[in-house]
Design a binder for this molecule. Sequence first.
Ligand SMILES: [Zn+2]
Length: 85
Amino acid sequence: MTKRRWRHLDTSQNSTFIEADVPRVECKEHGIHSVGVSWAEEKSRFTILFEWLVMWIALQSRGVSRGLARKKKEPDDRSIKLLEM
Ligand SMILES: [Zn+2]
């Protein structure tokens, strides 16, 4: 058994970790390695849900910055009038 720890989604704004004793096995293909767990990718230190959240936040912030960049290029009539005042 190997004690492993994964960063999971926050619980009530507190950092949450999952710890588990994971059995080690020996197979002909990979040698000695830990058994896979259903909540995380192999060798990852984060749960799948945590990784999805990080990706979602990254995609959202990319969309926001693209939207802001578009706004800077194409000012609407109100901002042009304010600039002319
Ligand atoms: Zn194997």
